[in-house]
Design a protein around this ligand. Structure first.
Ligand SMILES: CCCCCCCC/C=C\CCCCCCCC(=O)N[C@@H](CO)[C@H](O)/C=C/CCCCCCCCCCCCC
Ligand SMILES: O=c1ccn([C@@H]2O[C@H](COP(=O)(O)OP(=O)(O)O[C@H]3OC[C@@H](O)[C@H](O)[C@H]3O)[C@@H](O)[C@H]2O)c(=O)[nH]1
Length: 438
């Protein structure tokens, strides 16, 4: 009982109201009281959080294995012709891996597509590289746009606008510079664009690359991120990331075109929301996105995650409460406290078992997403996993603490709901930009 266990979360305890019908809050308290007449609502809340978050692995792994990743249905014969696709490629600066990434778009096995290279700056070092590739593959339909068009705050949208205006197909792909395609990736994405689907997104993952940062990235995108991503997609919750997304152009045009999303920094979330609002479904492609960018160091990778967390916090404020309790270490601590209060289970034993179980499920999740042998050994996995788990809450707190967003050459602030404002400031060094020269 609580009296016998001083570790109970008594600070969170709420007493059951006498008149529960007066407000939704009080009604909730009544429901809690009915579920748990002993009055230990704090413990009950912890148990509910634990039992909701713990099975998320099972849901994500099942949805990944049973119907999602690495299927090759798109390769079977097809009656109708493959539709044309316009690929929009926003570029600003480059790194040592960009050439290989871009070239992969010229060697895809897909019959009808055009690539629109949208280069933000006229003096960008990627221009000669793009010209070289265009000359090397004269049979591929390409166009190059330089300078963008200012239609909003989001620099990626501004950069893409001229390419979008010139798009000639009804399906468009927005594909970030870090993306490398396999020969059949586009086919797979189009195959998933069934009549009811409006947007097909690739779950972010990474190509195999040397170095510890790439181990860390693969561990993050293949464990914590994949778990939430696949759970959310199973539940029909919008979590689409815009690094590689195929979309119907018609509904986007109806919503005002690309420019209508220029007021948001997280245009990806609002693209997806537009399709959901119009009754379309979102689908995850069978091929996870192969990100291949020279992110530099661990700090650079963490800054990217902090920037994403700032976007989520502004767009889905509920995430401030929910996100921490989907993290292994914090959830384990809460679960251990609850188990101690309710079942007199030893705190340490519960916690260690919880972490071990979570760790093994993460390994399984990562193996499912990777589908081939991992490019690092188990020791590296343990180190990267522990590091990721330990710094996740710190990154989250940093995102809450300083909401100003630095993205490439821009500094922004978000209003609740996600509308972005540019912060007039002297151009600071881009703190999460890729800095390696071509
Ligand atoms: C109905 C709201 C429920 C809120 C629950 C919040 C739980 C969130 C826990 C972790 C969040 C990790 C999200 C990973 C994917 C997002 C990566 C990202 O930030 N991408 C941005 C940049 O590209 C993009 O703009 C954001 C897109 C969507 C963010 C919304 C995330 C909501 C996820 C809800 C998952 C519920 C599943 C819970 C399973 C226990
Ligand atoms: O000022 C900019 C910044 C970025 N971009 C382009 O936008 C793409 C994504 O940029 P980064 O790689 O810096 O950022 P991320 O990978 O973190 O992007 C992610 O977060 C923000 C969302 O808007 C994106 O859709 C999502 O992919 C790149 O292709 C980049 O070239 C611009 O064209 N101009």
């Amino acid at each position: 009982s609580r009296d016998r266990n001083p570790v109970c979360l008594s600070a969170l305890t709420v007493s059951c109201p006498a008149d529960p019908v007066a407000s939704p809050g009080r009604t909730c308290l009544l429901i809690l009281h009915l579920l748990n007449p002993s009055g230990h609502h704090d413990i009950l809340l912890v148990v509910v959080s634990y039992t909701c978050s713990q099975p998320s692995h099972a849901a994500a792994i099942c949805s990944s294995t049973r119907y999602k990743f690495h299927r090759k249905d798109h390769l079977s014969p097809r009656e109708e012709p493959w539709p044309g696709v316009t690929i929009l490629k926003p570029l600003i600066g480059g790194d040592s891996l960009l050439a290989t990434n871009l070239e992969s778009f010229f060697t895809m096995n897909y019959p009808l597509y055009e690539i629109m290279f949208c280069i933000q700056n006229a003096n960008d070092p990627v221009i000669p590289l793009v010209n070289e590739l265009v000359a090397k593959y004269p049979t591929i339909d390409t166009k190059v746009f330089i300078g963008g068009k200012k239609v909003g705050t989001n620099p990626k949208i501004n950069n893409l606008q001229p390419g979008y205006e010139a798009a000639k197909y009804d399906l468009i792909v927005v594909s970030d510079s870090c993306i490398r395609m396999k020969e059949d990736t586009l086919m797979d994405m189009v195959h998933n664009m069934t009549a009811r689907v409006g947007l097909v997104h690739q779950m972010p993952f990474t190509c195999d690359r040397p170095g510890f940062v790439s181990v860390l990235e693969k561990v993050y995108f293949g464990t914590a991120h994949a778990r939430i991503y696949m759970c959310a997609s199973l539940l029909g919750i919008n979590c689409a990331t815009g690094m590689s997304a195929l979309m119907r152009k018609g509904p986007l045009d109806e919503a005002g075109g690309l420019r209508a999303f220029g007021c948001y920094l997280a245009e990806d979330y609002f693209f997806a929301q537009t399709f959901l609002n119009r009754g379309y479904q979102l689908a995850v492609a069978s091929t996870p996105a192969c990100q291949s960018a020279d992110t530099g160091d661990v700090i650079g990778f963490q800054k990217r995650l902090i920037r994403w967390a700032k976007l989520r916090i502004a767009m889905v404020p509920f995430t401030i409460l929910m996100e921490p309790v989907t993290e292994c270490l914090l959830l384990g601590a809460l679960g251990a406290l609850a188990a101690r209060c309710l079942l007199q289970v030893d705190l340490i034993v519960f916690y260690l078992l919880h972490v071990l179980f979570w760790f093994l499920l993460d390994w399984l999740m990562l193996s499912v997403v990777q589908n081939t042998s991992l490019p690092f050994n188990k020791f590296e996995f343990v180190v990267a996993w522990l590091l990721r788990e330990a710094y996740a809450p710190i990154l989250f707190l940093r995102a809450i603490w300083d909401p100003v967003i630095r993205w490439r050459h821009g500094v922004f602030k978000l209003r609740w709901g996600g509308v972005a404002e540019e912060v007039p400031a002297p151009v600071p060094p881009a703190d999460d930009a890729v800095k390696v020269k071509l």
